[in-house]
Design a protein around this ligand. Sequence first.
Ligand code: COA
Length: 315
Amino acid sequence: MKIIGTGSALPKKIVTNDDLAQFLDTSDEWILPRTGIRSRHVISDERLEDLAEEAARKALSDAGLTPKDIDLILCSNVVNEYMTPGLSCIIAAALGLECPAMDINCACPGFIYAMDIAENYFLAGKVNNVLIVCAEEPTRMTSWTDRSTCVLFGDGAGAAVFTKGDNLKAIKLNAQPSIEHLYQTRTLLPTPFITKHETEQPLHMDGREVFKFAVTTSIRDIEEILSKTGTPIDGIDYFMIHQANMRIIDGIRRGLGAPAEKFPSNIYDHGNSSSASCPILLDECNRKGMFKPGDKIVFSAFGAGLLSAVAYLEW
Ligand code: COA
Protein backbone atom coordinates (compact mmCIF):
# COMPACT_ATOMS: atom_id res chain seq x y z
CA MET A 1 0.00 0.00 0.00
CA LYS A 2 1.00 3.63 -0.14
CA ILE A 3 -0.03 6.91 1.47
CA ILE A 4 -1.87 9.31 -0.83
CA GLY A 5 -3.32 11.84 1.60
CA THR A 6 -2.92 13.16 5.13
CA GLY A 7 -4.91 15.39 7.46
CA SER A 8 -5.01 16.55 11.05
CA ALA A 9 -7.06 18.62 13.47
CA LEU A 10 -6.20 20.12 16.83
CA PRO A 11 -8.28 21.61 19.66
CA LYS A 12 -8.14 25.41 19.65
CA LYS A 13 -7.19 25.82 23.33
CA ILE A 14 -3.44 26.09 23.86
CA VAL A 15 -2.15 25.48 27.39
CA THR A 16 1.41 26.61 28.09
CA ASN A 17 3.74 25.41 30.83
CA ASP A 18 3.25 28.80 32.49
CA ASP A 19 -0.53 28.20 32.45
CA LEU A 20 0.03 24.87 34.23
CA ALA A 21 2.21 26.57 36.84
CA GLN A 22 -0.87 28.63 37.83
CA PHE A 23 -2.48 25.60 39.47
CA LEU A 24 0.29 22.96 39.75
CA ASP A 25 3.58 22.90 41.62
CA THR A 26 5.57 22.94 38.37
CA SER A 27 7.35 25.34 36.04
CA ASP A 28 8.48 25.84 32.46
CA GLU A 29 12.05 25.47 33.80
CA TRP A 30 11.19 21.92 34.98
CA ILE A 31 9.01 20.75 32.09
CA LEU A 32 10.81 22.08 29.00
CA PRO A 33 14.30 20.62 29.56
CA ARG A 34 12.91 17.24 30.72
CA THR A 35 10.33 16.80 27.98
CA GLY A 36 10.86 19.30 25.15
CA ILE A 37 7.25 20.48 25.67
CA ARG A 38 6.34 24.17 26.04
CA SER A 39 2.62 24.01 25.19
CA ARG A 40 -0.10 21.59 24.12
CA HIS A 41 -3.56 21.69 22.50
CA VAL A 42 -6.25 20.63 24.98
CA ILE A 43 -9.89 19.77 24.34
CA SER A 44 -12.26 22.31 25.89
CA ASP A 45 -15.59 22.68 24.07
CA GLU A 46 -14.76 20.39 21.13
CA ARG A 47 -15.81 16.78 20.72
CA LEU A 48 -13.10 14.34 19.75
CA GLU A 49 -15.31 12.89 17.00
CA ASP A 50 -15.46 16.33 15.34
CA LEU A 51 -11.66 16.57 15.30
CA ALA A 52 -11.51 13.02 13.91
CA GLU A 53 -13.98 13.91 11.15
CA GLU A 54 -12.06 17.10 10.29
CA ALA A 55 -8.76 15.20 10.04
CA ALA A 56 -10.44 12.52 7.89
CA ARG A 57 -11.98 15.06 5.51
CA LYS A 58 -8.63 16.86 5.10
CA ALA A 59 -6.88 13.54 4.35
CA LEU A 60 -9.54 12.61 1.77
CA SER A 61 -9.26 16.00 0.12
CA ASP A 62 -5.44 15.74 0.06
CA ALA A 63 -5.82 12.29 -1.55
CA GLY A 64 -8.27 13.65 -4.12
CA LEU A 65 -10.85 11.06 -3.05
CA THR A 66 -14.41 11.30 -1.82
CA PRO A 67 -15.77 9.34 1.15
CA LYS A 68 -17.44 6.80 -1.15
CA ASP A 69 -14.00 5.72 -2.44
CA ILE A 70 -13.11 4.35 1.01
CA ASP A 71 -13.53 0.59 1.57
CA LEU A 72 -12.47 0.37 5.21
CA ILE A 73 -12.10 2.81 8.12
CA LEU A 74 -9.69 1.95 10.91
CA CYS A 75 -9.68 4.19 13.96
CA SER A 76 -7.03 4.13 16.65
CA ASN A 77 -8.46 5.47 19.90
CA VAL A 78 -8.03 4.85 23.61
CA VAL A 79 -10.92 6.91 25.05
CA ASN A 80 -13.72 9.12 23.83
CA GLU A 81 -17.17 9.93 25.14
CA TYR A 82 -18.81 6.89 23.51
CA MET A 83 -18.28 3.39 24.92
CA THR A 84 -20.13 2.19 21.85
CA PRO A 85 -20.29 2.49 18.89
CA GLY A 86 -16.63 2.72 18.01
CA LEU A 87 -15.24 6.08 16.92
CA SER A 88 -14.69 4.57 13.46
CA CYS A 89 -18.48 4.15 13.11
CA ILE A 90 -19.08 7.72 14.28
CA ILE A 91 -16.61 8.95 11.64
CA ALA A 92 -18.27 6.72 9.02
CA ALA A 93 -21.69 8.19 9.88
CA ALA A 94 -20.32 11.74 9.69
CA LEU A 95 -18.81 11.02 6.26
CA GLY A 96 -21.96 9.22 5.06
CA LEU A 97 -20.07 5.94 4.57
CA GLU A 98 -21.34 2.39 4.77
CA CYS A 99 -18.02 0.54 4.60
CA PRO A 100 -16.70 -1.65 7.43
CA ALA A 101 -15.37 0.38 10.33
CA MET A 102 -13.41 -0.81 13.32
CA ASP A 103 -11.55 0.62 16.29
CA ILE A 104 -8.30 -0.56 17.77
CA ASN A 105 -6.99 0.31 21.21
CA CYS A 106 -3.23 -0.13 20.93
CA ALA A 107 -2.31 3.14 22.66
CA CYS A 108 0.55 5.20 21.22
CA PRO A 109 1.69 2.78 18.46
CA GLY A 110 -1.93 2.59 17.18
CA PHE A 111 -1.16 4.25 13.83
CA ILE A 112 1.36 1.54 12.95
CA TYR A 113 -0.90 -1.23 14.27
CA ALA A 114 -3.68 0.12 12.04
CA MET A 115 -1.25 0.22 9.09
CA ASP A 116 -0.46 -3.45 9.64
CA ILE A 117 -4.17 -4.36 9.58
CA ALA A 118 -4.71 -2.22 6.47
CA GLU A 119 -1.77 -3.85 4.67
CA ASN A 120 -3.30 -7.28 5.27
CA TYR A 121 -6.63 -6.13 3.81
CA PHE A 122 -4.75 -4.90 0.73
CA LEU A 123 -2.82 -8.18 0.46
CA ALA A 124 -6.10 -10.13 0.71
CA GLY A 125 -7.45 -8.09 -2.20
CA LYS A 126 -10.42 -6.87 -0.13
CA VAL A 127 -9.88 -3.10 -0.43
CA ASN A 128 -8.76 -0.38 -2.83
CA ASN A 129 -8.56 2.52 -0.37
CA VAL A 130 -8.33 2.56 3.42
CA LEU A 131 -8.79 5.53 5.77
CA ILE A 132 -6.88 5.42 9.05
CA VAL A 133 -7.83 7.98 11.69
CA CYS A 134 -6.05 8.26 15.03
CA ALA A 135 -7.97 10.44 17.47
CA GLU A 136 -7.01 10.79 21.09
CA GLU A 137 -7.80 12.86 24.17
CA PRO A 138 -5.27 11.71 26.77
CA THR A 139 -5.88 14.94 28.71
CA ARG A 140 -9.16 13.29 29.83
CA MET A 141 -7.26 10.32 31.26
CA THR A 142 -4.77 12.02 33.54
CA SER A 143 -5.33 13.57 36.92
CA TRP A 144 -4.81 17.33 36.63
CA THR A 145 -3.38 17.30 40.14
CA ASP A 146 -0.63 14.84 39.13
CA ARG A 147 2.22 17.00 37.82
CA SER A 148 4.23 13.97 36.71
CA THR A 149 1.67 12.94 34.06
CA CYS A 150 -0.70 15.78 33.08
CA VAL A 151 2.09 18.05 31.83
CA LEU A 152 3.03 15.51 29.14
CA PHE A 153 -0.16 15.22 27.11
CA GLY A 154 -2.10 17.05 24.41
CA ASP A 155 -5.14 16.11 22.29
CA GLY A 156 -5.73 15.87 18.56
CA ALA A 157 -6.51 13.76 15.51
CA GLY A 158 -4.43 12.68 12.53
CA ALA A 159 -5.52 10.76 9.45
CA ALA A 160 -4.03 9.16 6.37
CA VAL A 161 -5.50 7.61 3.23
CA PHE A 162 -3.83 4.51 1.83
CA THR A 163 -4.24 3.00 -1.61
CA LYS A 164 -2.80 0.01 -3.47
CA GLY A 165 0.95 0.11 -4.00
CA ASP A 166 4.19 -1.43 -2.84
CA ASN A 167 5.55 1.49 -0.83
CA LEU A 168 5.26 -0.22 2.56
CA LYS A 169 8.59 -2.04 2.65
CA ALA A 170 8.39 -3.60 6.10
CA ILE A 171 6.31 -3.44 9.27
CA LYS A 172 6.65 -5.13 12.63
CA LEU A 173 4.52 -5.15 15.78
CA ASN A 174 5.90 -6.08 19.20
CA ALA A 175 4.52 -6.64 22.67
CA GLN A 176 6.23 -6.88 26.03
CA PRO A 177 3.01 -7.28 28.01
CA SER A 178 2.91 -5.67 31.45
CA ILE A 179 0.09 -3.57 32.81
CA GLU A 180 1.61 -1.97 35.87
CA HIS A 181 3.88 0.62 34.23
CA LEU A 182 1.20 2.48 32.27
CA TYR A 183 -2.55 2.10 32.80
CA GLN A 184 -5.82 3.73 33.67
CA THR A 185 -8.94 2.05 35.11
CA ARG A 186 -12.56 3.18 35.23
CA THR A 187 -15.67 1.78 36.89
CA LEU A 188 -18.62 0.55 34.86
CA LEU A 189 -22.29 1.06 35.75
CA PRO A 190 -23.38 -0.93 38.79
CA THR A 191 -25.63 -4.01 38.55
CA PRO A 192 -27.51 -5.84 41.34
CA PHE A 193 -24.92 -8.63 41.01
CA ILE A 194 -21.53 -6.95 41.24
CA THR A 195 -19.76 -7.90 44.45
CA LYS A 196 -16.13 -7.30 43.47
CA HIS A 197 -14.27 -4.14 44.39
CA GLU A 198 -13.75 -1.79 41.44
CA THR A 199 -11.73 1.41 41.39
CA GLU A 200 -11.24 4.36 39.13
CA GLN A 201 -7.61 5.26 38.73
CA PRO A 202 -6.41 8.12 36.55
CA LEU A 203 -3.48 7.42 34.26
CA HIS A 204 -0.71 5.79 36.25
CA MET A 205 2.75 5.92 34.74
CA ASP A 206 6.19 4.82 35.91
CA GLY A 207 7.96 7.52 33.92
CA ARG A 208 11.44 6.06 34.14
CA GLU A 209 10.36 2.50 33.21
CA VAL A 210 8.39 3.79 30.22
CA PHE A 211 11.31 5.99 29.21
CA LYS A 212 13.72 3.02 29.19
CA PHE A 213 11.23 0.81 27.34
CA ALA A 214 10.67 3.50 24.71
CA VAL A 215 14.33 4.15 23.93
CA THR A 216 15.50 0.52 23.96
CA THR A 217 12.59 -0.95 21.99
CA SER A 218 12.55 1.80 19.39
CA ILE A 219 16.27 1.44 18.65
CA ARG A 220 15.92 -2.36 18.52
CA ASP A 221 12.78 -2.22 16.32
CA ILE A 222 14.32 0.21 13.84
CA GLU A 223 17.64 -1.64 13.60
CA GLU A 224 15.83 -4.97 13.16
CA ILE A 225 13.50 -3.81 10.39
CA LEU A 226 16.25 -1.99 8.50
CA SER A 227 18.70 -4.87 8.73
CA LYS A 228 16.00 -7.28 7.44
CA THR A 229 15.42 -5.07 4.40
CA GLY A 230 19.15 -4.44 3.89
CA THR A 231 18.70 -0.70 4.38
CA PRO A 232 21.47 1.25 6.13
CA ILE A 233 20.45 3.75 8.83
CA ASP A 234 21.92 6.57 6.75
CA GLY A 235 19.72 5.52 3.81
CA ILE A 236 16.64 6.73 5.71
CA ASP A 237 15.45 10.27 5.01
CA TYR A 238 13.10 10.74 7.99
CA PHE A 239 12.51 9.03 11.31
CA MET A 240 8.99 9.80 12.50
CA ILE A 241 9.16 8.89 16.18
CA HIS A 242 6.16 8.93 18.51
CA GLN A 243 6.22 12.39 20.11
CA ALA A 244 6.33 11.34 23.77
CA ASN A 245 9.33 13.21 25.09
CA MET A 246 12.15 15.04 23.27
CA ARG A 247 14.70 13.27 25.47
CA ILE A 248 13.28 9.90 24.34
CA ILE A 249 13.57 11.00 20.69
CA ASP A 250 17.13 12.25 21.30
CA GLY A 251 18.05 8.96 23.01
CA ILE A 252 16.78 7.01 20.00
CA ARG A 253 18.60 9.33 17.61
CA ARG A 254 21.88 8.94 19.48
CA GLY A 255 21.41 5.15 19.66
CA LEU A 256 20.95 5.01 15.89
CA GLY A 257 23.73 7.52 15.21
CA ALA A 258 21.53 9.57 12.88
CA PRO A 259 21.50 13.37 12.50
CA ALA A 260 18.86 15.54 14.24
CA GLU A 261 17.53 16.99 10.97
CA LYS A 262 16.16 13.54 10.06
CA PHE A 263 13.91 13.55 13.16
CA PRO A 264 11.02 15.95 12.55
CA SER A 265 9.29 16.92 15.78
CA ASN A 266 6.30 18.91 16.95
CA ILE A 267 6.42 18.00 20.64
CA TYR A 268 7.40 21.58 21.58
CA ASP A 269 3.87 22.86 20.95
CA HIS A 270 1.81 19.61 20.86
CA GLY A 271 2.92 17.37 23.75
CA ASN A 272 2.14 13.67 23.55
CA SER A 273 -1.14 12.97 21.73
CA SER A 274 -0.82 9.17 21.92
CA SER A 275 -1.51 7.40 18.61
CA ALA A 276 -2.49 10.70 16.95
CA SER A 277 1.08 11.99 17.31
CA CYS A 278 2.62 10.16 14.32
CA PRO A 279 -0.13 11.00 11.78
CA ILE A 280 -0.35 14.62 13.00
CA LEU A 281 3.42 14.96 12.54
CA LEU A 282 3.16 13.22 9.16
CA ASP A 283 0.47 15.64 8.04
CA GLU A 284 2.39 18.71 9.20
CA CYS A 285 5.54 17.56 7.37
CA ASN A 286 3.51 16.69 4.26
CA ARG A 287 1.83 20.11 4.22
CA LYS A 288 5.22 21.79 4.54
CA GLY A 289 6.20 19.94 1.34
CA MET A 290 9.03 18.06 3.06
CA PHE A 291 8.51 14.74 1.29
CA LYS A 292 9.38 13.89 -2.30
CA PRO A 293 8.51 10.64 -4.08
CA GLY A 294 10.85 7.83 -3.06
CA ASP A 295 11.81 9.39 0.30
CA LYS A 296 12.42 6.63 2.82
CA ILE A 297 10.48 7.12 6.05
CA VAL A 298 10.54 5.09 9.25
CA PHE A 299 7.76 5.26 11.85
CA SER A 300 8.45 4.05 15.37
CA ALA A 301 6.09 4.22 18.33
CA PHE A 302 5.75 2.72 21.81
CA GLY A 303 3.36 2.95 24.72
CA ALA A 304 0.90 1.25 27.07
CA GLY A 305 0.74 -2.48 26.79
CA LEU A 306 3.66 -2.31 26.69
CA LEU A 307 3.46 -2.25 22.91
CA SER A 308 5.79 -1.01 20.24
CA ALA A 309 5.71 -0.98 16.46
CA VAL A 310 7.85 0.06 13.54
CA ALA A 311 7.15 0.60 9.84
CA TYR A 312 9.39 1.47 6.92
CA LEU A 313 7.84 2.95 3.80
CA GLU A 314 8.60 5.05 0.77
CA TRP A 315 6.72 8.25 0.07
N1 COA B 1 7.15 19.66 37.71
C1 COA B 1 8.01 19.72 38.74
N2 COA B 1 8.50 18.63 39.35
C2 COA B 1 8.07 17.44 38.89
C3 COA B 1 7.17 17.32 37.83
C4 COA B 1 6.70 18.50 37.24
N3 COA B 1 5.84 18.49 36.21
N4 COA B 1 6.95 16.00 37.60
C5 COA B 1 7.69 15.32 38.49
N5 COA B 1 8.37 16.19 39.28
C6 COA B 1 9.28 15.89 40.38
C7 COA B 1 8.95 14.58 41.05
O1 COA B 1 7.94 14.77 42.03
C8 COA B 1 10.26 14.21 41.66
O2 COA B 1 10.43 14.95 42.84
P1 COA B 1 11.09 14.27 44.13
O3 COA B 1 12.49 13.89 43.71
O4 COA B 1 11.03 15.35 45.15
O5 COA B 1 10.25 13.07 44.44
C9 COA B 1 11.29 14.74 40.64
O6 COA B 1 10.59 15.72 39.85
C10 COA B 1 11.85 13.67 39.73
O7 COA B 1 10.77 12.90 39.25
P2 COA B 1 11.01 11.74 38.22
O8 COA B 1 9.70 11.10 37.90
O9 COA B 1 12.11 10.84 38.72
O10 COA B 1 11.55 12.59 36.98
P3 COA B 1 12.15 12.07 35.64
O11 COA B 1 13.48 12.69 35.45
O12 COA B 1 12.02 10.59 35.47
O13 COA B 1 11.19 12.76 34.56
C11 COA B 1 9.29 12.24 33.15
C12 COA B 1 9.81 12.44 34.58
C13 COA B 1 7.81 11.88 33.23
C14 COA B 1 9.46 13.54 32.38
C15 COA B 1 10.12 11.12 32.47
O14 COA B 1 10.24 10.01 33.32
C16 COA B 1 9.49 10.70 31.17
O15 COA B 1 9.34 11.48 30.26
N6 COA B 1 9.14 9.41 31.03
C17 COA B 1 8.49 8.91 29.84
C18 COA B 1 7.04 9.27 29.90
C19 COA B 1 6.34 9.08 28.60
O16 COA B 1 6.79 9.54 27.61
N7 COA B 1 5.20 8.41 28.67
C20 COA B 1 4.36 8.18 27.57
C21 COA B 1 4.96 7.17 26.68
S1 COA B 1 3.83 6.74 25.45
